[in-house]
Design a protein around this ligand. Structure first.
Ligand code: THU
Length: 130
C-alpha cells in the first residue's frame, strides 16, 4: 500500500481514538483497518466497570469490519496520543491473524510513526486444524 493510503488510515484511526471510552485507564486507542476492497473500518477501546469485559481498539475495528461483510484486510493503523507508539496486544494479534495472510501495521502518535508486518510481530499464531 502507498503512503497516501497509510496517511488516510492514520487520520481515521486518530478520529476513532476520540470516541474511545477509557475512564478507567485514561488510555485512549483508535484503530482503522483497510479491507482488500479499499473500505476502511474503525474501532476504539471500550472499557467497562468489570475490567475484563473491556475491548481493545484493534479488535473492535476487526469486528466492525466483519459485521459489515469484510474478512480480508491489507493494513491497520493504531493511534494513541502518547509519547511512544502502542503495539497491538497479543489477543489482538491472534484475532488479526485469523483474517490476514499478512498485514501492514502503522503505529502512530501525533509525533511518531512506525511500520511493521503482522508476520514479524506474530509469526506462529494458533489455527484450528482437525
Ligand atoms: N488497548 C487497546 O485498545 N489496544 C492495545 O493494543 C493495547 C491496549 C486498550 C485496552 C484498555 O482499554 C487500555 O488500552 C489500557 O490497557
Amino acid at each position: 500500500m502507498d503512503n497516501k493510503n497509510f496517511e488516510k488510515l492514520v487520520i481515521e484511526a486518530e478520529k476513532a481514538m476520540n470516541n474511545a471510552y477509557a475512564p478507567y485507564s485514561n488510555f485512549r486507542v483508535g484503530a482503522a483497518i483497510m479491507a482488500a476492497d479499499g473500505r476502511i473500518f474503525t474501532g476504539c477501546n471500550v472499557e467497562n466497570s468489570s475490567f475484563g469485559l473491556s475491548i481493545c481498539a484493534e479488535r473492535s475495528a476487526v469486528f466492525n469490519a466483519v459485521l459489515n461483510g469484510c474478512k480480508k484486510f491489507v493494513a491497520l493503523a493504531v493511534f494513541t496520543d502518547t509519547e511512544e507508539v502502542t503495539e497491538p496486544c497479543g489477543a489482538c494479534r491472534q484475532v488479526l491473524s485469523e483474517f490476514c495472510d499478512d498485514l501492514d501495521i502503522i503505529l502512530a502518535t501525533p509525533h511518531k510513526q512506525k511500520t511493521e508486518k503482522l508476520s514479524d510481530i506474530f509469526p506462529s499464531g494458533f489455527m484450528l486444524k482437525k
